[in-house]
Design a protein around this ligand. Structure first.
Ligand code: PMP
Length: 291
């Protein structure tokens, strides 16, 4: 049975400093964020009651907002407290946590300098982003490209950047794939619609340099983990004509964790030894109690 929609569930949402019943966690229809995408967000996972890289996420929320020209009205410590209190109140130990900040409803035009800024935290229990990880997922090529850094604020985890992700993911799903591989404006391989991408060739990991897309925390953690395991990791420009030369490929993200890929647009990949080592290594790390 499908889960109840978010607007019709029991539980709580932290909103502008207070816990409100989930059914009442509403915004006005003339909210600037809804018309002009003036919103930034974070997607995080709690493992055994502790959010992995929690503070990094809260700091990135602040940074994302700053890039969009606004200030989150709650300090990093306050966001940290809100997330933990919400998890406790909901009684979740393994859960996804969504934090967001957005421009409100005082002014509704392209300019919105006087609008108040709002923030919220919600959480829900969520299993694997992609079912049956080690089987590997199938990607197609996205019809949209990641924009150049002077075309969109690519270092902000800003809602507006996800317009092309949703379009690409829908196109992939309509064609029977799990997700889409996005190229960038230069035609280089960039990332998936909500996760970073890695490849393996002859025991060496290759991953695109994050110069026009999010340098994900999971990406950074996995690079460190691989290097600690003695695996060489090369960050560089990767072109589509190299795809056929790689044996393994996998995605990384707070939601996706480490997810092996078994196909990219007809090209086969084997969820192999290195992917498996990192799937398990990341899982062990997220479940380690490290304050
Ligand atoms: N790229 C995009 C477009 C994403 O949405 C995400 C998920 N936040 C990532 C990469 C991975 O980032 P992280 O590992 O910090 O979750």
């Amino acid at each position: 049975m499908a889960a109840a929609p978010f607007h019709d569930r029991d539980g709580w949402v932290w909103m502008d400093g207070e816990f409100v019943p989930q059914r009442e966690a509403k915004v006005h229809v003339l909210t600037h964020a809804m018309h002009y995408a003036s919103c930034v967000f974070e997607g995080e996972r709690a493992y055994d009651g502790e959010i992995f890289r929690s503070r990094d996420h809260s700091e990135r929320l602040h940074k994302s907002a700053k890039i969009l020209g606004f200030q989150v009205p709650y300090a990093v410590d306050e966001i940290e407290r809100a997330k933990q209190e919400l998890l406790n109140k909901m009684g979740f130990s393994d859960a996804y946590v969504r934090v967001l900040a957005w421009r409100g409803s005082e002014q509704l035009g392209v300019s919105a300098k006087s609008n108040t800024i709002h923030a919220a935290v919600a959480t829900w229990q969520w299993g694997d982003y992609f079912a049956d990880k080690m089987a590997g997922i199938r990607l197609t090529i996205a019809p949209w490209r990641r924009p150049a850094p002077d075309t969109a604020p690519c270092n902000s985890k800003a809602a507006g950047l996800y317009m092309i992700c949703t379009l690409s993911k829908h196109a992939a799903e309509d064609a029977g794939f799990n997700d889409a591989l996005m190229f960038d404006w230069r035609g280089q391989i960039a990332e998936a619609t909500g996760a970073n991408i890695f490849f393996v060739r002859d025991g060496v990991i290759h991953t695109p340099t994050p110069d026009c897309f999010l340098n994900g925390f999971t990406r950074q953690t996995v690079i460190k983990l691989a290097r600690e395991k003695g695996i060489e990791v090369v960050e560089r420009a990767i072109f589509p004509n190299e795809l056929a030369t790689f044996s393994e490929a996998f995605l990384t993200g707070s939601a996706a964790e480490v997810t092996p890929i078994r196909e990219i647009a007809g090209m086969p990949f084997k969820p192999g030894k290195i992917s498996e080592e990192l799937v398990h290594g990341y899982s062990a790390l997220t479940r380690r109690k490290n304050a």
